[in-house]
Design a protein around this ligand. Structure first.
Ligand SMILES: [Zn+2]
Ligand SMILES: [Zn+2]
Length: 278
């Protein structure tokens, strides 16, 4: 099977630990054929004035990142073993300043792919405890899901809908699982919109304490399949080279059981498909 991992961070992201070169070397050592690097561009933080536990966050240097990865990409293309994709993860906020910054990034650097993700909602990052203070699970998750639905209308180009269920990754509730049956209406709206817009739904194995081995969980992926959704991508969301492709076998087995037969990989204007068969 051709191994892919599309959504990985390196030290260009504030929370990435391995250098780009270490990550590429690790991908080759693991036998990956496609590595999609997607550094954080958290212009939602910038536009909405969000802080991470009271502190501002450092931003990825787009100029330095894209110039370095394009050089590595050319070298890898010559070797012919690893398809290295230069991408970005865009944190969505429904604000004109945020849209303008992403349009500008797309125009200037023409990333090979963009993961559009919701991290912030109601002025907080939904990864931190402060987001949940005074909120029931239902309120916290509904506000997040409404924001995900809004993110699908982003006016800038994006390809992949990142980690639906991010809100559950570090949620303080005894039962943090984001279940389809509890939020069926809004999740249906999200999934149908992903399909109509021809976007790719990400399966992200960095689920931490969300209570499912990947985000979104198998129940939501099953519903996506029932509604006709076929475009999915695999993401470890690794922030260290040794976490590349982590959880891939479990996710792929679950995807096969649901009925998915391939993964979609965006690369600029084109999109190619990788079989999930042995
Ligand atoms: Zn993310
Ligand atoms: Zn990420």
């Amino acid at each position: 099977m051709i191994l892919t991992d599309v959504h990985v961070h390196t030290a260009f992201s504030a929370d990435g630990e391995s250098t780009l070169e270490e990550t590429v070397a690790a991908a080759r050592a693991k036998g990956l054929r496609v590595l999609g690097v997607s550094e954080h561009f958290d212009y939602d933080y910038l536009a909405a004035g969000v802080l991470a536990e009271g502190k501002p966050i450092p931003y990825t240097d787009a100029e330095a990142y894209f110039s370095r990865i394009r050089r590595l990409q050319a070298r890898e293309a010559e070797r012919g073993e690893l398809r290295l994709l230069a991408g970005g993860e865009y944190g969505f906020a429904p604000l004109a300043q945020c849209f303008d910054l992403y349009e500008e990034l797309n125009r200037t650097h023409r990333p090979d792919f963009v993961v559009n993700s919701v991290h912030t909602c109601d002025g907080y990052d939904c990864y931190f405890g402060e987001y949940f203070a005074g909120k029931s699970k239902r309120d916290a998750y509904l506000a997040y899901l409404d924001r995900v639905r809004e993110s699908l209308d982003a006016p800038y180009r994006y390809d992949i809908v990142g980690h639906i269920g991010y809100v559950a990754r570090n949620a303080p509730y005894p039962d943090p699982v984001l279940r389809y049956e509890e939020f069926a209406d809004v999740i249906d709206d999200i999934l149908k919109t992903v399909i109509v817009r021809r976007k790719i739904l990400e399966v992200n194995t960095s689920s931490r304490t969300a209570g499912t081995p990947f985000l979104p969980g198998a129940d939501i992926l099953t519903r996506y399949f029932e509604l006709g959704g076929r475009e999915i991508s695999f993401a470890s969301d690794a922030h260290r080279a040794d976490a590349l492709a982590r959880g891939r076998e479990t996710a792929v087995a679950a995807l096969r059981t649901i009925g998915f037969t391939c993964l979609s990989v965006p690369d600029g204007e084109e999109r190619f498909f990788v079989s999930l068969e042995e």
